[in-house]
Design a protein around this ligand. Structure first.
Ligand SMILES: [Zn+2]
Length: 139
């Protein structure tokens, strides 16, 4: 299952972030999925509930947002949004476009829970906020 392998890669990246910040748990994961990535959000969500078992993200919620399709036009140089069924330049209608985005699976944000003890021991750069919860974005 394609999505399960993707989830395991995603969770490995999440675990790296969580470990770097000495997080007790991962509370929320936000990913952007492009319509041309071939990833089904529903399948990704189901795979996540399997793949997260036994990891720091065991209790985390996965949020999936749709990334826009963006193209660069070789004719007029414009960058515009396109749709799956129509990848032409929105400015001039030319079909000679290069894909800038829309085929990606991107880890956009990881929210971590940091216990009070861990917070005391963590370096200030960890940026733990109030309530013992640190939120961060990675790109
Ligand atoms: Zn154009």
């Amino acid at each position: 299952m394609h999505e399960l392998a993707l989830c395991q890669g995603l969770l490995a990246e999440v675990a790296r972030v969580a470990t770097a910040h000495r997080a007790a748990a991962v509370t929320r994961i936000l990913v952007a999925v492009g319509p041309l990535s071939g990833v089904e959000a529903a399948l990704l969500d189901r795979a996540f509930s399997v793949a997260r078992a036994g990891t720091l993200a065991n209790e985390a919620t996965l949020e999936i947002e749709a990334a826009p399709i963006r193209v660069h036009c070789a004719n007029c140089g414009a960058e515009s949004e396109a749709t799956v069924n129509d990848l032409r330049c929105a400015a001039c209608g030319d079909w000679r476009v290069r894909l800038l985005g829309g085929d990606e699976l991107l880890l956009k944000r990881v929210e971590l829970a940091v216990t009070a003890d861990d917070e005391r021991n963590a370096e200030p750069a960890a940026g733990a906020g109030n309530g013992g919860v640190a939120a961060m974005s990675i790109r």
